[in-house]
Design a protein around this ligand. Structure first.
Ligand code: PLP
Length: 400
Protein backbone atom coordinates (compact mmCIF):
# COMPACT_ATOMS: atom_id res chain seq x y z
CA UNK A 1 0.00 0.00 0.00
CA UNK A 2 1.03 3.58 -0.62
CA UNK A 3 2.08 4.75 2.88
CA UNK A 4 1.05 8.32 2.05
CA UNK A 5 -2.61 7.21 2.20
CA UNK A 6 -2.29 6.98 5.98
CA UNK A 7 -1.50 10.72 6.13
CA UNK A 8 -4.98 11.69 4.86
CA UNK A 9 -7.36 13.23 7.37
CA UNK A 10 -11.02 12.20 7.67
CA UNK A 11 -13.33 14.50 5.75
CA UNK A 12 -15.18 17.17 7.85
CA UNK A 13 -18.53 15.47 7.23
CA UNK A 14 -17.16 12.13 8.40
CA UNK A 15 -15.95 13.80 11.57
CA UNK A 16 -19.31 15.47 12.09
CA UNK A 17 -21.11 12.14 11.57
CA UNK A 18 -18.87 10.50 14.15
CA UNK A 19 -19.39 13.36 16.63
CA UNK A 20 -23.18 13.25 16.20
CA UNK A 21 -23.50 9.45 16.23
CA UNK A 22 -25.20 9.33 19.63
CA UNK A 23 -27.53 12.25 18.99
CA UNK A 24 -31.22 11.72 18.30
CA UNK A 25 -32.50 14.88 16.64
CA UNK A 26 -35.74 16.24 18.05
CA UNK A 27 -38.47 14.34 16.09
CA UNK A 28 -40.83 17.32 16.41
CA UNK A 29 -38.85 18.95 13.58
CA UNK A 30 -38.20 17.73 10.05
CA UNK A 31 -34.50 17.50 9.23
CA UNK A 32 -32.88 20.47 7.48
CA UNK A 33 -29.26 20.38 6.42
CA UNK A 34 -27.19 23.51 5.93
CA UNK A 35 -24.15 21.25 6.07
CA UNK A 36 -23.21 20.08 2.61
CA UNK A 37 -22.28 22.68 -0.02
CA UNK A 38 -24.23 20.94 -2.75
CA UNK A 39 -26.20 23.21 -5.10
CA UNK A 40 -29.92 22.42 -4.93
CA UNK A 41 -31.44 24.86 -7.41
CA UNK A 42 -32.95 23.19 -10.47
CA UNK A 43 -30.64 22.19 -13.32
CA UNK A 44 -31.56 24.34 -16.37
CA UNK A 45 -33.37 22.45 -19.13
CA UNK A 46 -30.95 23.76 -21.76
CA UNK A 47 -28.35 21.48 -20.13
CA UNK A 48 -30.53 18.41 -19.67
CA UNK A 49 -31.85 18.87 -23.23
CA UNK A 50 -28.29 19.00 -24.58
CA UNK A 51 -27.42 15.84 -22.67
CA UNK A 52 -30.37 13.94 -24.10
CA UNK A 53 -29.74 15.25 -27.61
CA UNK A 54 -26.15 14.00 -27.50
CA UNK A 55 -26.46 10.51 -26.12
CA UNK A 56 -24.76 9.21 -29.27
CA UNK A 57 -21.56 10.60 -27.71
CA UNK A 58 -21.52 7.57 -25.42
CA UNK A 59 -20.44 5.47 -28.39
CA UNK A 60 -17.00 7.03 -28.78
CA UNK A 61 -13.84 7.55 -26.74
CA UNK A 62 -13.18 11.22 -26.04
CA UNK A 63 -9.85 12.99 -26.44
CA UNK A 64 -8.40 14.12 -23.10
CA UNK A 65 -7.95 17.62 -24.46
CA UNK A 66 -11.68 17.85 -25.30
CA UNK A 67 -13.32 18.81 -28.56
CA UNK A 68 -12.19 22.09 -30.14
CA UNK A 69 -15.75 23.46 -29.81
CA UNK A 70 -15.66 22.86 -26.06
CA UNK A 71 -12.32 24.59 -25.61
CA UNK A 72 -13.61 27.45 -27.74
CA UNK A 73 -16.66 27.74 -25.46
CA UNK A 74 -14.27 28.03 -22.49
CA UNK A 75 -12.19 30.67 -24.26
CA UNK A 76 -15.26 32.69 -25.30
CA UNK A 77 -16.58 32.60 -21.74
CA UNK A 78 -13.24 33.74 -20.32
CA UNK A 79 -13.26 36.67 -22.72
CA UNK A 80 -16.85 37.65 -21.91
CA UNK A 81 -16.43 37.21 -18.15
CA UNK A 82 -12.89 38.44 -17.56
CA UNK A 83 -11.78 40.19 -20.75
CA UNK A 84 -8.98 37.61 -21.02
CA UNK A 85 -8.07 36.29 -24.48
CA UNK A 86 -6.71 32.76 -24.33
CA UNK A 87 -5.46 30.33 -26.92
CA UNK A 88 -8.14 27.63 -26.87
CA UNK A 89 -5.70 25.02 -28.20
CA UNK A 90 -2.88 25.50 -25.70
CA UNK A 91 -4.11 27.35 -22.63
CA UNK A 92 -7.17 25.38 -21.52
CA UNK A 93 -8.34 21.87 -20.75
CA UNK A 94 -11.64 20.28 -19.71
CA UNK A 95 -11.74 18.64 -16.29
CA UNK A 96 -14.30 16.42 -14.62
CA UNK A 97 -15.19 18.97 -11.96
CA UNK A 98 -12.67 21.22 -10.28
CA UNK A 99 -12.16 18.77 -7.41
CA UNK A 100 -10.34 16.17 -9.46
CA UNK A 101 -8.31 18.86 -11.19
CA UNK A 102 -7.27 20.47 -7.89
CA UNK A 103 -6.06 17.06 -6.80
CA UNK A 104 -4.42 16.03 -10.06
CA UNK A 105 -2.59 19.32 -10.47
CA UNK A 106 -0.56 18.70 -7.32
CA UNK A 107 0.52 15.32 -8.71
CA UNK A 108 1.85 17.13 -11.78
CA UNK A 109 3.52 20.05 -10.06
CA UNK A 110 5.11 18.53 -6.95
CA UNK A 111 8.62 17.15 -7.01
CA UNK A 112 8.93 15.39 -3.63
CA UNK A 113 12.61 14.48 -4.17
CA UNK A 114 14.14 16.94 -1.68
CA UNK A 115 11.79 15.85 1.13
CA UNK A 116 10.74 19.42 1.93
CA UNK A 117 8.25 20.13 -0.87
CA UNK A 118 5.62 22.47 0.56
CA UNK A 119 2.09 23.35 -0.50
CA UNK A 120 0.68 26.57 0.96
CA UNK A 121 -3.06 26.46 1.75
CA UNK A 122 -5.54 28.93 3.19
CA UNK A 123 -6.99 27.93 6.55
CA UNK A 124 -9.93 27.08 6.74
CA UNK A 125 -9.83 25.40 3.37
CA UNK A 126 -11.32 22.88 0.96
CA UNK A 127 -9.90 19.60 2.17
CA UNK A 128 -8.88 18.37 -1.26
CA UNK A 129 -5.94 20.83 -1.21
CA UNK A 130 -4.43 19.07 1.77
CA UNK A 131 -5.08 15.53 0.45
CA UNK A 132 -3.58 16.47 -2.91
CA UNK A 133 -0.45 17.83 -1.23
CA UNK A 134 0.00 14.87 1.09
CA UNK A 135 -0.48 12.25 -1.63
CA UNK A 136 1.98 14.09 -3.84
CA UNK A 137 4.56 13.69 -1.07
CA UNK A 138 4.52 17.33 0.03
CA UNK A 139 3.86 18.93 3.39
CA UNK A 140 1.26 21.64 3.97
CA UNK A 141 1.78 25.13 5.35
CA UNK A 142 -1.41 26.87 6.46
CA UNK A 143 -2.07 30.59 6.33
CA UNK A 144 -4.92 31.56 8.64
CA UNK A 145 -7.93 33.49 7.44
CA UNK A 146 -7.98 36.84 9.22
CA UNK A 147 -11.43 38.27 10.14
CA UNK A 148 -9.89 41.77 10.25
CA UNK A 149 -8.90 41.42 6.57
CA UNK A 150 -12.37 40.41 5.38
CA UNK A 151 -11.23 36.83 6.14
CA UNK A 152 -8.39 37.09 3.64
CA UNK A 153 -4.98 35.52 4.27
CA UNK A 154 -2.03 37.73 5.05
CA UNK A 155 0.57 36.21 2.73
CA UNK A 156 3.25 38.44 4.21
CA UNK A 157 3.14 36.32 7.39
CA UNK A 158 4.74 33.42 5.48
CA UNK A 159 8.50 33.40 6.10
CA UNK A 160 10.84 33.42 3.09
CA UNK A 161 12.22 30.08 4.31
CA UNK A 162 8.75 28.56 3.70
CA UNK A 163 8.30 30.24 0.33
CA UNK A 164 11.70 28.85 -0.67
CA UNK A 165 10.34 25.30 -0.23
CA UNK A 166 6.92 26.08 -1.70
CA UNK A 167 6.12 24.42 -5.00
CA UNK A 168 2.38 25.08 -5.10
CA UNK A 169 -0.14 27.38 -3.44
CA UNK A 170 -3.89 26.95 -3.46
CA UNK A 171 -5.85 30.18 -3.50
CA UNK A 172 -9.63 30.00 -3.10
CA UNK A 173 -11.36 33.17 -4.29
CA UNK A 174 -14.27 33.49 -3.68
CA UNK A 175 -13.39 31.50 -0.61
CA UNK A 176 -15.04 28.49 0.90
CA UNK A 177 -16.19 28.90 3.67
CA UNK A 178 -15.64 32.67 4.06
CA UNK A 179 -16.88 33.96 0.68
CA UNK A 180 -13.97 36.43 0.61
CA UNK A 181 -12.76 37.65 -2.78
CA UNK A 182 -9.03 38.32 -3.04
CA UNK A 183 -8.30 41.92 -4.14
CA UNK A 184 -5.86 42.93 -6.89
CA UNK A 185 -3.17 44.13 -4.45
CA UNK A 186 -2.96 40.65 -2.93
CA UNK A 187 -2.75 39.01 -6.35
CA UNK A 188 0.11 41.37 -7.15
CA UNK A 189 1.89 40.32 -3.97
CA UNK A 190 1.40 36.61 -4.75
CA UNK A 191 2.52 36.97 -8.37
CA UNK A 192 5.70 38.69 -7.18
CA UNK A 193 6.33 35.91 -4.66
CA UNK A 194 5.68 33.26 -7.32
CA UNK A 195 8.13 34.98 -9.64
CA UNK A 196 10.75 35.21 -6.91
CA UNK A 197 10.40 31.67 -5.55
CA UNK A 198 9.13 29.80 -8.63
CA UNK A 199 5.99 28.21 -7.20
CA UNK A 200 2.76 27.47 -9.06
CA UNK A 201 -0.47 29.27 -8.13
CA UNK A 202 -3.63 27.15 -8.40
CA UNK A 203 -6.60 29.50 -8.23
CA UNK A 204 -9.84 27.75 -7.24
CA UNK A 205 -12.62 29.94 -8.65
CA UNK A 206 -15.60 27.58 -8.55
CA UNK A 207 -17.82 30.10 -6.68
CA UNK A 208 -17.06 32.99 -9.04
CA UNK A 209 -20.59 33.36 -10.43
CA UNK A 210 -22.50 33.61 -7.16
CA UNK A 211 -21.87 37.06 -5.75
CA UNK A 212 -23.69 39.79 -3.88
CA UNK A 213 -21.99 43.05 -4.83
CA UNK A 214 -22.31 44.96 -8.10
CA UNK A 215 -18.90 43.93 -9.39
CA UNK A 216 -18.24 40.32 -10.31
CA UNK A 217 -15.35 38.73 -8.37
CA UNK A 218 -11.90 39.36 -9.81
CA UNK A 219 -10.44 36.26 -11.48
CA UNK A 220 -6.78 35.29 -11.22
CA UNK A 221 -6.10 35.52 -14.96
CA UNK A 222 -7.97 38.83 -15.06
CA UNK A 223 -5.75 40.08 -12.22
CA UNK A 224 -2.62 38.88 -14.03
CA UNK A 225 -3.71 40.67 -17.20
CA UNK A 226 -4.41 43.90 -15.31
CA UNK A 227 -0.89 43.67 -13.91
CA UNK A 228 0.61 43.14 -17.36
CA UNK A 229 1.40 39.45 -16.83
CA UNK A 230 0.14 38.20 -20.16
CA UNK A 231 1.88 34.81 -20.17
CA UNK A 232 0.21 33.66 -16.94
CA UNK A 233 3.49 32.01 -15.99
CA UNK A 234 3.03 29.47 -13.18
CA UNK A 235 -0.64 30.42 -12.89
CA UNK A 236 -3.61 28.15 -13.45
CA UNK A 237 -7.28 28.98 -12.81
CA UNK A 238 -9.79 26.22 -12.08
CA UNK A 239 -13.46 26.75 -12.63
CA UNK A 240 -16.58 24.64 -12.72
CA UNK A 241 -20.17 24.37 -13.86
CA UNK A 242 -21.28 22.72 -10.60
CA UNK A 243 -22.29 25.90 -8.78
CA UNK A 244 -22.64 28.23 -11.75
CA UNK A 245 -25.14 26.03 -13.53
CA UNK A 246 -26.46 23.74 -10.77
CA UNK A 247 -24.95 20.56 -12.16
CA UNK A 248 -22.76 19.14 -9.39
CA UNK A 249 -23.49 15.64 -10.69
CA UNK A 250 -22.28 16.43 -14.19
CA UNK A 251 -18.65 16.80 -13.09
CA UNK A 252 -17.66 19.46 -15.56
CA UNK A 253 -15.20 22.30 -15.37
CA UNK A 254 -12.04 23.60 -16.96
CA UNK A 255 -8.57 24.83 -16.21
CA UNK A 256 -6.90 27.76 -17.94
CA UNK A 257 -3.60 29.56 -17.78
CA UNK A 258 0.11 28.89 -18.30
CA UNK A 259 0.48 26.91 -21.57
CA UNK A 260 3.61 25.11 -20.32
CA UNK A 261 1.73 23.84 -17.26
CA UNK A 262 -1.32 22.91 -19.30
CA UNK A 263 0.89 20.85 -21.61
CA UNK A 264 2.27 18.79 -18.71
CA UNK A 265 -1.18 18.55 -17.17
CA UNK A 266 -2.52 17.12 -20.44
CA UNK A 267 0.26 14.53 -20.49
CA UNK A 268 -0.58 13.49 -16.92
CA UNK A 269 -4.31 13.40 -17.60
CA UNK A 270 -3.89 11.22 -20.68
CA UNK A 271 -2.36 8.51 -18.50
CA UNK A 272 -4.72 9.12 -15.60
CA UNK A 273 -7.66 8.57 -17.97
CA UNK A 274 -9.60 11.68 -17.07
CA UNK A 275 -11.20 12.60 -20.39
CA UNK A 276 -14.70 14.08 -20.35
CA UNK A 277 -17.53 12.08 -21.94
CA UNK A 278 -18.51 13.50 -25.37
CA UNK A 279 -22.11 13.70 -24.16
CA UNK A 280 -21.08 15.85 -21.21
CA UNK A 281 -18.86 17.93 -23.46
CA UNK A 282 -21.90 18.90 -25.54
CA UNK A 283 -23.96 19.71 -22.46
CA UNK A 284 -21.04 21.76 -21.13
CA UNK A 285 -20.84 23.76 -24.36
CA UNK A 286 -24.53 24.59 -24.00
CA UNK A 287 -23.99 25.65 -20.38
CA UNK A 288 -20.90 27.83 -20.95
CA UNK A 289 -22.54 29.53 -23.93
CA UNK A 290 -25.57 30.64 -21.94
CA UNK A 291 -25.47 33.35 -19.31
CA UNK A 292 -29.18 33.87 -18.75
CA UNK A 293 -29.57 30.90 -16.43
CA UNK A 294 -26.51 32.08 -14.47
CA UNK A 295 -28.04 35.52 -13.91
CA UNK A 296 -31.30 33.90 -12.76
CA UNK A 297 -29.42 31.56 -10.43
CA UNK A 298 -27.42 34.42 -8.91
CA UNK A 299 -30.62 36.40 -8.44
CA UNK A 300 -32.14 33.52 -6.49
CA UNK A 301 -29.14 33.40 -4.15
CA UNK A 302 -29.23 37.17 -3.72
CA UNK A 303 -32.90 37.14 -2.73
CA UNK A 304 -32.33 34.20 -0.39
CA UNK A 305 -29.32 35.76 1.33
CA UNK A 306 -31.14 39.10 1.62
CA UNK A 307 -33.90 37.38 3.60
CA UNK A 308 -31.92 34.90 5.66
CA UNK A 309 -28.88 37.00 6.67
CA UNK A 310 -30.76 39.71 8.66
CA UNK A 311 -32.77 37.05 10.50
CA UNK A 312 -29.60 35.28 11.64
CA UNK A 313 -27.82 38.56 12.35
CA UNK A 314 -30.29 39.07 15.23
CA UNK A 315 -28.50 36.34 17.16
CA UNK A 316 -25.18 35.48 15.43
CA UNK A 317 -22.16 37.39 14.20
CA UNK A 318 -22.95 37.13 10.52
CA UNK A 319 -22.73 39.38 7.46
CA UNK A 320 -23.41 39.12 3.76
CA UNK A 321 -20.25 37.64 2.18
CA UNK A 322 -18.63 38.94 -1.02
CA UNK A 323 -19.63 35.79 -2.85
CA UNK A 324 -20.29 32.05 -2.62
CA UNK A 325 -23.27 30.38 -0.99
CA UNK A 326 -22.15 30.13 2.63
CA UNK A 327 -22.61 32.22 5.73
CA UNK A 328 -19.54 32.02 7.96
CA UNK A 329 -21.20 32.74 11.27
CA UNK A 330 -19.50 33.68 14.53
CA UNK A 331 -21.08 31.63 17.32
CA UNK A 332 -18.31 32.19 19.85
CA UNK A 333 -20.37 34.55 22.01
CA UNK A 334 -23.48 32.38 22.12
CA UNK A 335 -22.28 28.76 21.93
CA UNK A 336 -21.78 26.78 25.12
CA UNK A 337 -18.15 27.51 26.03
CA UNK A 338 -17.83 29.40 22.73
CA UNK A 339 -17.45 26.00 21.09
CA UNK A 340 -18.63 25.58 17.48
CA UNK A 341 -18.89 21.79 17.77
CA UNK A 342 -21.03 22.02 20.91
CA UNK A 343 -23.20 24.60 19.11
CA UNK A 344 -23.71 22.35 16.07
CA UNK A 345 -24.48 19.25 18.13
CA UNK A 346 -26.98 21.01 20.41
CA UNK A 347 -28.69 22.63 17.40
CA UNK A 348 -29.03 19.24 15.75
CA UNK A 349 -30.37 17.63 18.92
CA UNK A 350 -32.90 20.34 19.71
CA UNK A 351 -33.96 21.66 16.29
CA UNK A 352 -32.86 19.01 13.76
CA UNK A 353 -30.76 21.52 11.78
CA UNK A 354 -27.32 20.42 10.58
CA UNK A 355 -24.55 23.02 10.30
CA UNK A 356 -20.84 22.43 9.85
CA UNK A 357 -18.61 23.37 12.81
CA UNK A 358 -15.92 25.72 11.53
CA UNK A 359 -13.13 24.03 13.44
CA UNK A 360 -13.62 20.90 11.31
CA UNK A 361 -12.85 22.95 8.19
CA UNK A 362 -9.50 24.18 9.48
CA UNK A 363 -6.33 22.89 11.07
CA UNK A 364 -4.71 24.26 14.20
CA UNK A 365 -1.92 26.53 12.96
CA UNK A 366 0.14 29.33 14.47
CA UNK A 367 -1.39 28.75 17.89
CA UNK A 368 -5.06 28.72 16.91
CA UNK A 369 -7.75 27.01 14.90
CA UNK A 370 -9.11 29.85 12.71
CA UNK A 371 -12.41 27.99 12.23
CA UNK A 372 -13.05 27.68 15.96
CA UNK A 373 -16.10 29.53 17.24
CA UNK A 374 -17.66 29.68 13.78
CA UNK A 375 -20.11 27.54 11.83
CA UNK A 376 -20.61 27.28 8.09
CA UNK A 377 -24.18 27.54 6.84
CA UNK A 378 -24.71 26.43 3.25
CA UNK A 379 -27.78 28.27 1.93
CA UNK A 380 -28.28 25.87 -0.95
CA UNK A 381 -31.86 24.73 -0.34
CA UNK A 382 -34.84 26.75 -1.53
CA UNK A 383 -35.54 29.97 0.36
CA UNK A 384 -38.43 28.65 2.47
CA UNK A 385 -36.32 25.83 3.86
CA UNK A 386 -33.40 28.19 4.57
CA UNK A 387 -35.77 30.62 6.30
CA UNK A 388 -37.23 27.82 8.41
CA UNK A 389 -33.69 26.78 9.40
CA UNK A 390 -32.84 30.38 10.26
CA UNK A 391 -35.96 30.74 12.46
CA UNK A 392 -35.03 27.56 14.30
CA UNK A 393 -31.47 28.83 14.81
CA UNK A 394 -32.86 32.10 16.22
CA UNK A 395 -35.08 30.16 18.67
CA UNK A 396 -32.17 27.91 19.56
CA UNK A 397 -29.79 30.79 20.31
CA UNK A 398 -32.46 32.63 22.31
CA UNK A 399 -32.90 29.49 24.42
CA UNK A 400 -29.19 29.29 25.32
C1 PLP B 1 -13.69 25.47 -2.67
C2 PLP B 1 -14.16 24.37 -3.55
N1 PLP B 1 -13.42 24.05 -4.60
C3 PLP B 1 -13.79 23.05 -5.43
C4 PLP B 1 -14.95 22.34 -5.23
C5 PLP B 1 -15.27 21.23 -6.18
O1 PLP B 1 -16.31 21.50 -7.00
P1 PLP B 1 -16.55 20.68 -8.34
O2 PLP B 1 -15.64 19.49 -8.29
O3 PLP B 1 -17.97 20.29 -8.28
O4 PLP B 1 -16.20 21.60 -9.44
C6 PLP B 1 -15.77 22.66 -4.15
C7 PLP B 1 -17.01 21.90 -3.92
O5 PLP B 1 -17.73 22.03 -2.99
C8 PLP B 1 -15.37 23.71 -3.29
O6 PLP B 1 -16.10 24.07 -2.23
Amino acid sequence: MNPLLSRLHPYPFERLRALSRDITPNPAYSPISLGLGEPKHTTPSLITDALVANLNGLASYPATSGEPALRQAFADWMTRRYGVELNAATQMLPVNGSREALFALAQVVIDPAGGDATVVCPNPFYQIYEGAALLAGAQTYFVNSDPSRNFGCDWSTVPDSVWAQTQLIYVCSPGNPTGAVMPLAEWKHLFELSERFGFVIASDECYSEIYFRDDAPLGSLEAALQLGRREFKNLIALTSLSKRSNVPGMRSGFVAGDAALIKQFLLYRTYHGSAMSPTLQQASIAAWNDEQHVVANRDKYRKKFAQVTPLLAQVLGVALPDAGFYLWADVSKVAPGGDDVAFALALLAQYNVTVLPGSLLARPAHGQNPGAGRVRLALVAEVDECLEAARRIVSFVKSL
